[in-house]
Design a protein around this ligand. Structure first.
Ligand SMILES: *[C@@H]1O[C@H](CO)[C@@H](O)[C@H](O)[C@H]1NC(C)=O
Ligand SMILES: *[C@@H]1O[C@H](CO)[C@@H](O)[C@H](O)[C@H]1NC(C)=O
Ligand SMILES: *[C@@H]1O[C@H](CO)[C@@H](O)[C@H](O)[C@H]1NC(C)=O
Length: 189
């Protein structure tokens, strides 16, 4: 009883707020109270994940789509790979799967190996199941620590912003397989 009364009052308040906003901005945009979307308390989370880029074996998670011209430069400038890489809790591929990194990277530097990375981290565990964050940035892979921006997100990560710091954990020069530690620092609601 009390709850339904409260919800009626709230929806009346909401409707009147909508009408006021409509009057002010026209019918395609309105100012909203962020609390209506539960956006009042921003928090900072740190996730540590291991990202596995696998070219070898029967089920690769990374495909080189575009090969660089044979002598474009010593850095494979122009190469493009598409990935659906597992994100795991620990550095071993067999450890708990937390989600997948889906996207692509391109070798966009002529002076060193420097990737442009464009990825969605699609989480599949617990309260983050179905939520994503988007990482877009520059990754000079032979630097000890690389930093890339988190430029947004969905679900639990709506309005996300932040950065990742990444360190190569393991790299096999002959296959191209890599395991990389990702520390994700993200502000979200
Ligand atoms: C690149 O390859 C082409 C064709 O093989 C050759 O003519 C050219 O000199 C090469 N350029 C460099 C910088 O090696
Ligand atoms: C994650 O969500 C999907 C789709 O709703 C569901 O099928 C799956 O069982 C969920 N996984 C976990 C671990 O909760
Ligand atoms: C790299 O991968 C190849 C093929 O799987 C394997 O034989 C070799 O031992 C690996 N090297 C390292 C350093 O792990």
């Amino acid at each position: 009883m009390e709850i339904s009364f409260l919800s009626i009052v709230l929806s009346l308040l909401y409707l009147s707020a909508t009408n006021v906003a409509t009057a002010k901005h026209g019918d395609f945009v309105r100012t909203m109270d962020r609390k209506l979307l539960g956006l009042d308390k921003e928090k900072l989370s740190h996730f540590r994940l291991y990202w596995h880029d696998i070219y070898s074996g029967p089920s690769p998670t990374a495909l080189r789509l575009v090969r660089p011209p044979s002598n474009s430069s010593g850095t494979s400038f122009g190469a493009i790979s598409i990935i659906d890489d597992p994100l795991t809790h620990g550095p071993e591929l067999s450890s708990k799967l937390l989600g997948r990194a889906q996207g692509f990277y391109a070798q966009a530097s002529q002076q060193q190996v420097g990737l442009l990375m464009v990825m969605n981290f699609a989480f599949t565990q617990g309260e983050y199941n179905g939520s994503t964050i988007t990482v877009l940035g520059r990754n000079p892979v032979f630097d000890k620590v690389r930093e890339m921006p988190v430029i947004g997100g969905s679900g639990r990560f709506r309005f996300a912003r932040g950065y990742v710091q990444v360190r190569t954990y393991k790299f096999n020069q002959s296959t191209g397989d890599a395991t990389v530690e990702y520390n994700v620092y993200v502000l979200h609601y």
